[in-house]
Design a protein around this ligand. Structure first.
Ligand code: NAP
Length: 469
């Protein structure tokens, strides 16, 4: 077939173009996801995934059933405007709640498609398609409200601490059983629309009830789980619509979200059930061994001398680095120290901050070389030979109680063992606690000195002071 014949053939069969672009999209998604697994290649991964999404959208425009492009163009414009506004104006510190909102958008789209399909075609669907549709709507609705509550908690619009009441788990179980019951009956009798819409209402309610008893500190795990549900809901949509790219992308999304949730739980030494039903953060006055005595302050100039004459310094960033937006300031201090021959490394805890990879993203933005970002398992053996460990707005991830106090709510959570360094300087604004709400015995240890103030301002002043030593 010569090229002109091929073009004519494709024009006569737009489905070929659609399937071909879907195949390209699926390949780009797989490679994008692979590249996202390392900071070095993460940016490329994002571009690949974006390319995949563009291919999927373009491919869909060739769908034979589309006769009117008006709604699609309106959707494209609206979606692009909202996406661009998010990208331009949402600060890095608000990234977790922004991600939760994206999940809600994805989930509501899947739920609405499912509801529309049910209204139009329920009577003619096979049992398999109806099951996929029910699953899609159930996961879509609960993910929509669950993600909105998660975003509200992270943005402090809704109380961040667990909202609990007596018998809550039984109420939740009842709602869940009601939702599944309605799903089952609408499978059995597709004309029973009341049951289908009962499932929709209970799904929306269940999303709220599932997330309100969980504290903000656990929101990243919850979001990752909800992301997984949104992905599985999209995959189910793919089965309903016979759309391959939705099945592939939804499954990739669903399972990567699930794996991420499990990895986060592992990094906190907690189970998924403990995250979902544990009400972590509700008990603020939990036992904290060794958190008595005085916190010793250090003067800026004395800290600068320690750093200037150290041979190895390890920075351990946490959530405070993100709130202070101190990533550039820490990089400048590191540059200054390296200029004096000091070896500088960054110890990265897997759940430092408020989302997975939070510290990596911030430090990459400040052009910190990836070779200096050392994961927790690798940095811990180096700490006993480290002259100064500088804790920049981290708290829970350096709390030695997790290692030393079996009764602590965070017992068993792996930590960066800064207290094994020769000297520790903690940069924080005051006596504020970490997200777990626990007091940190590290701050009372003889090896530790506190340098109070906003991390960015302190680091900038330290850089100046180091140069003047
Ligand atoms: P953290 O325990 O929340 O502590 C952050 C510390 O930063 C606070 O003690 C605060 O003390 C200080 N701070 C806040 N703003 C500051 C500023 N402008 N300048 C200087 N210091 C500032 O943070 P973390 O050590 O990174 O631990 C993360 C927590 O989130 C863990 O409990 C983890 O389990 C949880 N979590 C994270 C993820 C994730 O994916 N990353 C997932 C699930 C749970 P002051 O108020 O005194 O300044």
């Amino acid at each position: 077939m010569d090229p002109s014949q091929t073009v004519q053939h494709l024009a006569a069969h737009p489905n070929y173009i659609l399937e071909f672009t879907y195949l390209i999209a699926a390949i780009l998604f797989v490679f994008g996801l692979k590249a996202l697994s390392h900071p070095d290649t993460a940016r490329r991964g994002m571009f690949l995934a974006e390319g995949g999404m563009a291919a999927a959208i373009i491919g869909t425009l060739f769908h034979q059933d589309i006769h009117f492009f008006g709604w699609i163009i309106a959707g494209l414009i609206l979606g692009s405007l909202v996406g661009a506004a998010f990208a331009i104006w949402v600060p890095m510190t608000a990234m977790p709640q922004r991600t939760a909102l994206s999940h809600a958008f994805g989930a509501v789209a899947a739920a609405l498609v499912g509801i529309a399909e049910f209204v139009m075609h329920a009577g003619t669907m096979t049992l398999f398609t109806r099951s996929a549709l029910g699953l899609e709507v159930m996961l879509g609705t609960l993910t929509t409200t669950g993600s909105l509550i998660a975003a509200g908690k992270l943005q402090d619009v809704i109380r961040g601490t667990p909202i609990q009441f007596k018998g809550q788990q039984y109420v939740n179980l009842l709602i869940f059983l009601g939702m599944v019951g309605c799903f089952g009956y609408s499978l059995y009798d597709p004309s029973a629309t009341a049951f289908f819409f009962g499932m929709v209402a209970l799904g929306l309610l269940f999303g709220v009830m599932l997330v309100i008893p969980i504290g903000s500190a656990d929101m990243p795990v919850v979001m990752s789980l909800l992301n997984s549900y949104a992905g599985l809901s999209s995959a189910a949509t793919g089965f309903v619509l016979g759309n391959n790219v939705l099945i592939i992308a939804g499954t990739l999304d669903g399972f990567s979200g699930l794996i991420l949730s499990v990895l986060m739980c592992k990094a906190m030494n907690r189970s998924i059930t403990n995250v979902l039903f544990g009400g972590f953060g509700a008990v603020q006055a939990a036992s904290t061994a060794g958190a008595q005595g005085v916190m010793r302050e250090i003067k800026l100039d004395d800290a600068a001398v320690q750093l200037r004459y150290a041979s190895k310094v390890v920075f351990v960033p946490g959530y405070g680095l993100a709130t202070a937006q101190a990533q550039h300031a820490v990089r400048e201090l590191a540059n200054a120290l390296e200029g004096f021959g000091v070896t500088v490394k960054y110890g990265i805890h897997p759940v430092a901050g408020r989302m997975p990879g939070h510290m990596n993203v911030l430090l990459a933005e400040a052009n910190v070389p990836y070779s200096e970002l050392i994961e927790m398992e690798q940095i811990n053996p180096e700490l006993p030979t480290t002259d100064v460990a500088v804790v920049v707005g981290a708290n829970d991830v350096v709390n030695p109680d997790a290692r030393d106090n079996p009764t602590s709510p965070i017992a068993g959570m792996p930590i960066i063992e800064v207290d094994r360094a020769r000297s520790v300087i903690v940069l924080k604004r005051g006596q504020g606690r970490g997200f777990s709400g626990l007091e940190n015995p590290l701050f009372f240890k003889p090896v530790t000195h506190m340098l109070y103030g906003d991390a960015k301002a302190t680091l900038t002043a330290l850089t100046q002071a180091v140069q003047n030593v």
